[in-house]
Design a protein. Structure first.
Length: 94
């Protein structure tokens, strides 16, 4: 007897079905954008994607942080912020 397939459901939220569809379309658009980005354009593409997500979700700030190979240090790779807020500066945290 084969196992029953997993059922995927949207997480509980106050978002309407139309808002979920808009979010899924945004994610699909971002995925398509990254499928064709040149190696030298990856960081600007990340920043643009973060800006679009920040605007869509209504966040104040979005920051991409890399964990360095030494196991504990982190470095800000990219940070975007809404009007009236400052992004984090690039470079090591702390």
């Amino acid at each position: 007897m084969s196992p029953e397939p997993a059922r995927v459901t949207a997480p509980a939220s106050d978002a309407s079905p139309l808002e979920w569809i808009a979010f899924e379309r945004l994610l699909a658009d971002l995925a398509a954008q990254f499928a064709n980005v040149a190696a030298d354009a990856v960081e600007p593409a990340i920043e643009q994607a973060m800006r679009r997500l920040l605007d869509f979700l209504g966040f104040d700030r979005s920051t991409y942080v890399a964990v360095l190979d030494d196991g504990g240090r982190m470095e800000v790779v990219c940070s975007v912020a809404a009007a009236g807020h400052a992004p984090l500066p690039r470079g090591p945290l702390g």
